[in-house]
Design a protein around this ligand. Structure first.
Ligand code: ATP
Ligand code: MG
Length: 234
């Protein structure tokens, strides 16, 4: 579904990615782990088109997309949830969902999609009139996931979904990711706190200093002594 080939990217003169390779198959959950500043967020931003790669290829369903804008990528079925959630804090929970549903166009379809979200997450319905900014960190992440998955994208690029959340809440977020994946959505997830992500991921990559160092199944990286020592905190 997604293939990144020898990708160079960064910010003006600051090159951050120095030749990254990765692939994500249909219905996979693929995880990228790596230390702070290794270029994980830069990689997702480059794939989504928020920054334009210097060179290299990005193919999505056979189409070369490395120089396309985010709007075009959304139209192709790619969604992106940035580090720090993708919600509008000053809008209500309901307004956030309505904005997420706008690509569905038909008001009836939008209403139905929002009702499905509320049926699945009664807590969001209870708080639908509250400002999204007043939700807890975990609730915000659930709202971001709900908002993104309601338009049924092909691929969700997800940056640090567990950042700043208590372990129990992280478990809940990962259960939701698993569920959305079972509905047919493919995930590319970036995580610094990697154990839970690796447990769920079908495959995973280690990104360090702007190049990918290792690639294995999630379980394989979890068992790898070097990975444990260098990237998983012993
Ligand atoms: N907007 C920017 N302008 C210039 N340099 C940037 C910008 N954003 C990030 N960088 C630099 O790019 C490098 C990689 O940053 P990036 O955010 O991709 O790392 P990361 O792996 O996501 O780290 P973290 O785990 O802390 O989120 C860092 O050295 C950072 O300082
Ligand atoms: Mg980051």
């Amino acid at each position: 579904m997604l293939e990144v080939y020898d990708l160079y990217s960064g910010y003006g003169k600051i090159e951050v990615l120095h030749g990254v390779f990765l692939r994500v198959s249909h219905r996979e959950i693929v995880c990228i782990i790596g230390p702070n500043g290794s270029g994980k967020s830069t990689l997702l931003k480059s794939i989504f088109g928020l920054i334009k790669p210097y060179r290299g290829k990005i193919q999505f369903m056979g189409l070369e997309i490395s120089q396309k804008d985010p709007e075009e990528k959304v139209a192709l079925g790619i969604s992106y949830i940035p580090q720090g959630r993708n919600i509008f804090p000053s809008l209500s929970v309901l307004e956030n969902l309505e904005m997420g549903a706008t690509p569905l166009r038909d008001p009836l379809k939008m209403k139905k999609a929002i009702q499905e979200i509320f049926d699945h997450y009664p807590l969001l319905e209870k708080k639908k009139r509250l400002k999204a900014g007043s939700l807890s960190g975990g609730e915000k992440q659930i709202l971001a996931l709900a908002r993104t998955s309601m338009i049924k994208p092909e691929l969700i690029l997800l940056d640090e979904p567990s950042l700043g959340l208590a372990p129990k809440v992280v478990d809940q977020i990962y259960r939701e990711i698993d569920l959305i994946n079972h509905q047919g959505v493919t995930f590319l997830i970036v995580e610094q706190n990697a154990r839970k992500a690796l447990r769920l991921a079908h495959r995973a990559y280690v990104l360090d200093l702007g190049v990918n160092r290792l690639e294995d199944t999630g379980e394989g990286l979890l068992q790898n002594e070097e990975v444990k020592r260098l990237y998983l905190g012993g």
